[in-house]
Each structure stands twice: as structure tokens, then as C-alpha cells.
Design a protein around this ligand. Structure first.
Ligand SMILES: O=C(O)CCC(=O)C(=O)O
Length: 340
């Protein structure tokens, strides 16, 4: 009898201990995640460059720090001269390693553009080239810097390396090792990027450096396949989830950082874009095409031959330069506690 009681008590004590260890592990994991996500606090730049998209008939809203899922903006991260040199280098990389990622979706994307005029459809052709060290398509050459645990920063060309080092040295971010560098090149104001979450293996900190054209990156809870099959005529003027999506004004030369929920649960993308006709239908005055930047090898002659972004609401249209190149840098989580 006595032995039965003792073994019951021991069993209960062992269960209690296991529960305690479980709780402790959960708390430690949460504390670790918090420490690893610590970058500079949200501030003026996020108030300026982030907007909650407008629900129909309402105005876009500033995104309060407590509502920010983890997006930070560094304006003017590269100056004009640096951008010029980097773009020259990137054109070479894309010529050597770039592969089209829209061949299978071309017909479907074109069908989703049937609301646009013949002029826009003729000028804003579906296109997109991508160069990366990550093995992706079978037909796509792998860049020499490779990917993930095999990433070799020494194999990056000097410009890409320089800005990787500049990000890593920034006091604003707590970062682990670099794991991925990917270049995307788009022309003819066709900047469509369907909302997606980057592979989690890339690393916890994703940076997008935009060059040649301003654009608007949108963070949405709507992801694939819905975001892709959605009626793009509707999305182009309302966004995927009006009143919930968060727009980030990504000016050429600026850096956008995503971590935490913005990185792992929210999708990021770029809307197809809105045409001058659509803006007129909404009663919005159509801005002139932007003057070509010195780096560009193409320019738009008329607003009717391009697609526009908008920031928060179509009332604030933003003409695109014909061409945009982006560099995505992904870093692991910091190994050491944050500076903040
Ligand atoms: O081109 C961009 O701005 C973003 C690219 C992107 O999200 C990606 O390559 O996964």
C-alpha cells in the first residue's frame, strides 16, 4: 500500500517537473525570439513611408508603431553615384545569370490585364528576370555566391558586397550572417509582384534595396493562391485587402527591412499598377511621366503608356520609371542579444 502511494506521488512530481520544464522552454524561446527581433525602434521614417491602405471612401492612415508588423525604412541608403555604379554591375550579373520567372504565367497575367487599353497592354509587357545564388529553376544558372549555409560573401561582385557590408554594419539592425542575395529586374513599368512570403530558410531579416524607380511595396495578409488569382482590375485600385494592407513607399535608393510578423506571416508584393484611364475614371488627375533618371536605358513619353503606383490610396498616384531593379539581401537572426 505504502509503495503504491509513494510511486503515485513520484509520478505526479515527475509530471509537474515535465510541465515546469516545458513552460520554461516556451518562455526561453519567446525571450530569444524577442531578443533576435530587436532592431532600432519604429520612428519617423515608418510614420512617413508606411500607410494603411484606404478602405473605399476613407483616407489612408499612418501606421502606429504598435500596429507595425516589423517593417523599417532607410531612405537614401545609396546615393545617385553609388546607385549608378551598382546598376552597371547588376546589369552585368542579370545578363550572365538572369532567368525569366514569368514564362509559365505570361498568358494568365496578360489575360488579367484585359481591362487595360491596347496601348498600355502593348507597352507594359509582362517581364521579369531574376538572378540568385539559390537553386530555383532547372534552367537558371546559380550565382557564384550560392545560398544559405553555403553562402560565400567573398564571391559577391564588389558593389553587391559593399552594400551587404553596409547593412551588416548598420547600428539600426541586429543581424546574423548573410544567407541570400537575389536580384530582380523589371521593365516597361510592369512591376507586378504577387504577394508571397520569402522561404523562411533565407533568414529572418529580409532587406529590399530598390533602384532606378520608386514603387510601392504592399504588405498583405492575403497570399497565394488568392492574391494571384484575384481580379487585378479590382486589386489595382483597391489593393488585396483595402483598409488592412500596409503600403510602403519604396523610393529609388531606399532600403526596406522586414522582420518578425512582416517577414514570416504577412505577404509582400507590388500591385499590377493602375493606368491613366483608371485614374481618370476615379477622378484623380494624372501626373506627367517622370523625367528619365541618368541611369536608365529607357523612358516613357506619355502617361498613357505606363502603369502607376499609389501610396495608401489612388488619390496619391506615383508614376513609375520604366525600369526597376531590386536587390534582396537576407540575413539570419542575430546570434547575440540586440543593441536596443
Ligand atoms: O522586387 C522587389 O521589390 C521584391 C522582390 C521579392 O520580394 C523577392 O524576390 O522575393
Amino acid at each position: 500500500m505504502f509503495t503504491v502511494e509513494v510511486s503515485k506521488e513520484l509520478g505526479a512530481a515527475a509530471r509537474a517537473l515535465a510541465r515546469y520544464v516545458d513552460d520554461l522552454e516556451t518562455e526561453l524561446a519567446a525571450a530569444d525570439a524577442t531578443a533576435r527581433h530587436h532592431h532600432r525602434p519604429f520612428g519617423e521614417h515608418e510614420r512617413t513611408f508606411l500607410r494603411r491602405t484606404a478602405a473605399r471612401g476613407e483616407a489612408p492612415k499612418v501606421v502606429a508603431a504598435r500596429e507595425n508588423p516589423g517593417v523599417r525604412v532607410v531612405p537614401a541608403f545609396v546615393d545617385d553615384e553609388e546607385a549608378r555604379n551598382l546598376v552597371a554591375e547588376l546589369r552585368g550579373v542579370v545578363a550572365q545569370y538572369g532567368a525569366s520567372h514569368v514564362e509559365n504565367s505570361r498568358g494568365f497575367f496578360e489575360h488579367q490585364m484585359s481591362h487595360l487599353s491596347a496601348r498600355v497592354r502593348a507597352d507594359c509587357r509582362v517581364n521579369m528576370l531574376r538572378a540568385t545564388g539559390r537553386p530555383e529553376l532547372e534552367t537558371q544558372p546559380v550565382c557564384p555566391w550560392r545560398y544559405g549555409d553555403d553562402f560565400d560573401a567573398a564571391a559577391l561582385p564588389p558593389g553587391l558586397r559593399r552594400f551587404a557590408d553596409k547593412i551588416a554594419a548598420s547600428p539600426d539592425f541586429s543581424l546574423g550572417p548573410l544567407r541570400d542575395v537575389t536580384i530582380n529586374a523589371r521593365k516597361s513599368t510592369f512591376f507586378r509582384l504577387d504577394p508571397h512570403v520569402d522561404p523562411l530558410d533565407d533568414g529572418e531579416n529580409v532587406f529590399i534595396l530598390g533602384l532606378l524607380s520608386d514603387t510601392v511595396l504592399t504588405f498583405s495578409r492575403v497570399g497565394p493562391p488568392l492574391s494571384t488569382v484575384a481580379d487585378q482590375r479590382y486589386v489595382s485600385v483597391d489593393s488585396w485587402a483595402p483598409g488592412e494592407d500596409i503600403d510602403v513607399l519604396a523610393l529609388a535608393g531606399s532600403l526596406v527591412h522586414m522582420s518578425g510578423d512582416a517577414r514570416s506571416t504577412w505577404n509582400h508584393g507590388i500591385r499590377l499598377g493602375v493606368s491613366a484611364d483608371q485614374l481618370r475614371d476615379l477622378g484623380v488627375s494624372v501626373p506627367p511621366p517622370p523625367p528619365p533618371p541618368p541611369l536608365s536605358d529607357s523612358s516613357s513619353s506619355s502617361s498613357d503608356a505606363l502603369l502607376f503606383d499609389w501610396f495608401g490610396a489612388p488619390l496619391h498616384p506615383l508614376p513609375r520609371q520604366p525600369e526597376r531593379i531590386s536587390v534582396v539581401y537576407a540575413f539570419a537572426a542575430a546570434r547575440h542579444p540586440s543593441r536596443f
